[in-house]
Design a binder for this molecule. Structure first.
Ligand SMILES: Nc1ncnc2c1ncn2[C@@H]1O[C@H](COP(=O)(O)OP(=O)(O)OP(=O)(O)O)[C@@H](O)[C@H]1O
Length: 838
């Protein structure tokens, strides 16, 4: 290869690399105008870049480098004024000059951009200058060589001075401190995310009231805020999107990578391999088919009959389509897709289930479920990245090499330029539509929420005859969803139409280049046929990548909530060295316990309780005094804010949550039954229990005989939340569960509040039997149920104000005595008034 040719190759590579550097830097650091606006509004967000790094000296050096390339161009034009112009000699320096000039713009990661441009430029330029010096030592080349040397020095200096700055600037992005705000929080903050169409009203308000109150309602005051006029707070990923760059935004999704990459699944790895082989085969065929068609054309022009070539074209086409390589790839893709679905869906479900009570009480279950569903958007990431985008990039690279070898560097650089224009336009125009996409995702969730609330609360809707109201609410939510869909869809179609206009332009320019090559005798007419035939394969990766970019980004926007979900750490976690709690005797000690749900209002303070094994401790007191909260703390649904809770001397924070909850049985105020048979519901307490053990537990809870009277006995379905059972039956099923679990510690939170006096007497007898061997905590309003307790603790405003046995407390004549008197008097007054009426 002649030195001229080597220089030409190096310069073409240099301009391709320079354009790529500018493009990658743009892609990673692009901020939309929306982002800039939001950043200027939020002064709390720290700018990441330091504009001072963009010093005047650097700018001058960059412009000088750009001018050096312009000089190259001018020099060539002046030399070739009377001869034939070589387009390669014009395009290469022109593009390099443009790439350097573009470096001056943009604030963020200025030094980073400078680095990735100056290093390759220097490395590719150095051999060019050396070769030129060796080959053209004549005095006539002195000036251009001097300019080249100056440019080389500038590139080296810019690289060396940028490197230390870049290292210093490698700092993590600062997020709004409210990053930790709860997932799917209902608090609102006013931004202009207006939705057209009627706003679905919330419970207890009308549409007009809602609009009227919009300005006056303080944020977060309405827990049922399905107000579409208010923008919901940014999720962590949305915040990152707004405060960071596209690069940072995309890299925030790396948390899902373990669920998408089949590290230990050999079957999926094999399927991936088959896909890759199939894709490579398809790429080779992409090239061979037009190649043979070009041969057919050339032979026809030469007056020969190309039967052999045509047969090869037929075979290649057969192997190429859905009957060959594509079918293979499509088949192998199925296990790959299933792998990512399994990974993401299981991870999201497990993550939600491992969250604490605070997470679940703060969020709407329908919205959480919708967020998990949106994991589907992530399922295709691996498929898209590994099986679609990477091969398409290979296609691009192959197409560029072919263009270069067949039609020279101008054709190749023209294609690279078009490709980058496509993607840059995609990135810019997608941000115009990203807000619409978020609104669309939000309106979908909203629709699911309203639907879920209405269906789940059917009894309430029916009791208040609110069918029309619910119909209106749901209808409005559907309209909002469709309106958002229309806005997103229409903008998407218009944007994509605008971008597609680049396709005929590129074809026109490439055709001119090829025609010129043919006219100068450097190519045959067959090459033009090759271009026409190959054009689809050439433009397809560009069109497709641009489309994939949009659809990938839409998927990522859809999956933002899921990402936030996966990023939400549980508030109650096992210590790494947590021990298993076993052989528990039931010694429980609350030592100076203090607690608050929201760090603002103290719910419990200075609570001291000691229960020895086998004791029954009763909590009484006014509603809201903190009785149920004590039970939740013993179960470690929340962590206490001060003091300690110990079981058999082990702090509940030092043992695993699993073993702790195995030790404690609960009969809650409102037991939750699953929509399954009675047998399944009771056996949930101990899955290994036999039918006989379940029956025994039900006998102990005085519900066995009742269950036998049901049409299907123990196989009777209880309906959602046990709606097919009476309140008393539900409570007894819950008591039967506790009997079946037979834990050393039992919590009875108003366990017999919904049963009649006769059943209560039966259950109380059973509970007494149960209490002999275990420590029992009873929360009760009906004082008659706890008179036999070993200790009665009277709670008032979050602390224990009296303690003792029933007799001791009555003798004290304090708060307990007052409560007892009130209940006793209440009962006798009710009795008297009934007698007067009869
Ligand atoms: N998840 C929660 N988040 C915030 N505050 C809560 C939460 N649960 C309960 N509270 C508040 O804590 C206080 C104590 O509630 P708790 O349920 O312990 O009272 P209680 O004595 O059991 O009442 P009742 O006898 O009516 O069941 C109440 O003021 C309640 O509003």
């Amino acid at each position: 290869m002649s030195p001229d040719r080597i220089c030409a190759v190096l310069q073409a590579s240099s301009s391709a690399v320079a354009m790529s550097s500018i493009f990658i830097s743009f892609l990673l650091n692009y901020e939309s105008s929306e982002d800039k606006d939001s950043k200027s509004k939020k002064s709390a967000v720290q700018p990441i870049s330091n504009p001072r790094r963009k010093s005047t000296i650097r700018l001058v050096a960059i412009i000088a480098t750009s001018l050096c390339y312009i000089f190259d161009l001018a020099h060539y034009l002046s030399q070739s004024r009377h001869g034939k112009l070589n387009s390669d000699e014009i395009v290469t320096p022109a593009l390099l000059a443009l790439a350097w000039f573009l470096t001056c713009f943009g604030k963020r990661y200025f030094v980073g951009r400078l680095l990735i441009l100056s290093l390759p430029s220097f490395l590719l330029d150095l051999p060019v200058v050396v070769l030129k010096t060796i080959s053209f030592g004549a005095a006539a080349q002195r000036i251009p060589l001097t300019v080249d040397s100056v440019r080389l020095t500038l590139e080296a200096l810019l690289f060396l001075t940028s490197l230390p700055c870049f290292r210093a600037s490698a700092q993590p992005i600062k997020l709004d401190t409210e990053e930790t705000r709860p997932f799917l929080s209902e608090e609102t903050e006013d931004e202009d995310g207006q939705l057209s169409g009627p706003t679905p009203p919330s419970y207890g308000s009308t549409t007009s009231e809602r609009r009227k109150d919009d300005n006056s309602v303080s944020s977060g005051s309405d827990s049922d805020s399905d107000d579409e006029d208010d923008e919901e707070p940014d999720s962590r990923s949305t915040q990152l999107r707004k405060n960071g760059t596209w690069g940072e935004y995309i890299s925030s999704f790396k948390i899902v990578l373990p669920y998408l990459i089949p590290r230990n699944d050999y079957k999926v790895q094999a399927a991936l391999l088959v896909c890759i082989v199939g894709l490579i085969a398809a790429r080779i065929l992409n090239f061979l088919i037009p190649r043979y068609l070009a041969l057919v054309t050339d032979k026809l022009i030469a007056g020969e009959a190309p039967y052999y070539e045509m047969t090869i074209v037929f075979i290649l086409q057969f192997l190429h389509g859905t009957s060959g390589a594509e079918m293979l790839v499509d088949l192998a893709k199925i296990p790959v897709e299933q792998f990512s679905y399994r990974g993401v869906t299981n991870a999201a479900f497990n993550h939600v289930m491992s969250q604490g009570l605070d997470f679940h009480s703060d969020r709407d279950s329908a919205e959480v479920m919708k967020a998990i569903e949106q994991g589907e958007a992530l399922n295709n990431i691996l498929e898209r990245a590994a099986l679609d985008i990477s091969p398409t990039l290979l296609d691009m690279a192959a197409a560029l090499v072919i263009l270069y070898t067949k039609f020279g560097s101008t054709a190749m650089l023209c294609m690279i330029f078009t490709f980058y224009c496509f993607i840059v336009l995609e990135v810019i125009t997608f941000t115009w539509n990203v807000k619409n996409r978020r609104t669309l995702t939000k309106t979908r969730r909203e629709e699911a929420r309203i639907q879920h609330q209405a269906v789940q609360g059917w009894q309430t809707v029916s009791a208040f005859n609110m069918f029309n109201y619910e119909r209106f609410r749901f209808g409005a939510a559907v309209n909002n969803h469709l309106a958002a869909d229309l806005r997103w869809g229409a903008t998407d179609v218009i944007i994509s139409g605008m971008i597609q206009a680049l396709v005929p332009t590129t074809f026109f320019i490439l055709s001119l280049i090829v025609i010129r090559e043919i006219a100068h005798g450097r190519a045959t007419p067959g090459e033009f046929v090759f271009l026409i035939q190959y054009w689809d394969y050439l433009i397809w990766p560009i069109k497709w990548l641009a489309h994939e970019y949009r659809s990938l980004m839409s998927n990522l926007v859809d999956a933002e909530r899921l990402l936030d979900l996966l990023n939400t750490e549980p508030t109650v976690v096992d210590k790494p060295d947590a021990i298993e709690l076993d052989n528990v005797t039931g010694h429980v000690k609350f030592d100076n316990v203090g607690f608050s749900y929201d760090t603002k209002r103290s719910v419990l303070h200075d609570v001291n309780i000691e229960a020895t094994p086998g004791q029954t401790i009763a909590f009484v007191g006014a509603t809201g005094a903190g009785k149920s909260s004590l039970a939740k703390l013993l179960l470690r649904y929340y962590d206490i804010t001060s003091g300690s809770i110990k079981i058999d001397g082990h702090d509940v924070r030092d043992v695993t949550q699993g073993s702790l909850r195995d030790t404690i049985g609960v009969v809650p105020q409102d037991p939750l039954l699953f929509n399954a048979s009675i047998m399944e519901n009771i056996r949930y307490a101990r899955l290994s229990a036999t039918d006989e053990e379940v029956h025994a537990a039900c006998r102990a809870a005085s519900i066995h005989d009742k269950i036998l009277t049901f049409t299907r006995g123990y196989r009777t379905p209880v309906g959602e939340n046990g709606v097919k059972l009476s309140g008393g039956e539900v409570q007894r099923v819950a008591i039967a569960r506790a009997f079946l679990k037979s834990p050393p510690i039992l919590i009875l939170d108003e366990a017999t509040s919904a049963v009649d006096t006769e059943t209560e007497a039966l259950i109380q007898g059973a509970l007494r039997d149960l209490s002999v061997r275990r420590t029992v905590f009873v929360v009760a309003h009906r004082l008659s149920t706890i008179v036999a307790a070993d200790q009665i603790l009277v709670m008032h405003e979050g602390t224990v104000v009296e303690r003792g046995t029933h007799r001791e407390l009555l003798e004290k004549r304090g708060r307990y005595h007052g409560l007892w008197q009130k209940q006793f008097e209440g009962l006798s007054e009710a009795h008297q008034s009934r007698e007067t009426h009869t």
